[in-house]
Design a binder for this molecule. Structure first.
Ligand SMILES: [Zn+2]
Length: 213
């Protein structure tokens, strides 16, 4: 990967971080964004605010997660490492503590195999299926192990009482999918328990046929 490409990825991480932060999708110093490089990956620093990232200080890591340069990486680096190891197609990952997704992750009645119902076509196209990962304290390596079991088959997972982790084929792709997930969680909260009409199996099959992942 050329230095120019890496520098562009650094700028895009800072731009998307600012946009997500300014729209209230993550608060304080929570949330982290990463991008895969030919020789490792970039990850936002620990205790950094996504609204005010300095592209030059974003951490650079070796493929095994070892810190190479920049500020110390987020403590949640193993979430990203586990996703990259399991998903060859993942070029970027966004993890946020976005309010509505976290709210859904705390509901006792959700199906842990697939948390959100197929309410809209865009949710089905951008996320598809969303498994719930059991709660572990932030920084616990067991969380990375728990994600490993789901990452190969799912671009997104929801960490119980914590927040979503979404992979994409580019930084924009991961951020847009994250936004779709958060919007669907926002939509789900007022309709759940009210027997909403969801997309049917046939409608979902048609979407998968016309818009293959
Ligand atoms: Zn987190």
């Amino acid at each position: 990967m050329t230095a120019t490409t890496e520098s562009k990825l650094r700028d895009t991480i800072a731009e998307l971080g600012k946009s997500l932060f300014e729209r209230g999708m993550t608060a304080g110093s929570s949330g982290n964004i990463s991008a895969r490089l030919a020789d490792g990956w970039l990850l936002t620093p620990t205790n950094s605010c996504l609204g005010r990232l300095d592209p030059a200080r974003i951490a650079k890591l070796a493929p095994d997660g070892q810190h190479l340069s920049g500020d110390p990486p987020s403590k949640e680096l193993f979430l990203h490492g586990a996703m990259y190891e399991e998903r060859a197609s993942a070029k970027a990952i966004v993890h946020l503590h976005s309010t509505h997704s976290v709210a859904v992750s705390c509901l006792p009645e959700v199906d842990p195999a697939d948390v959100l119902p197929p309410l809209t076509a865009y949710y089905v196209m951008k996320i598809g299926r969303l498994p719930l990962i059991p709660y572990y304290r932030p920084g616990d390596q067991k969380l990375g192990d728990a994600i490993r079991g789901f990452a190969a088959k799912n671009r997104a997972v929801l960490l119980a009482n914590h927040g979503p982790v979404v992979a994409g084929e580019s930084l924009e792709d991961a951020a847009y999918a994250m936004e779709e997930l958060e919007e669907t969680a926002k939509l789900y909260l007022p309709v759940h328990g009210r027997n909403p009409r969801c997309l049917t199996e046939a409608q979902i099959a048609e979407l998968r046929d016309v818009f293959p992942a």
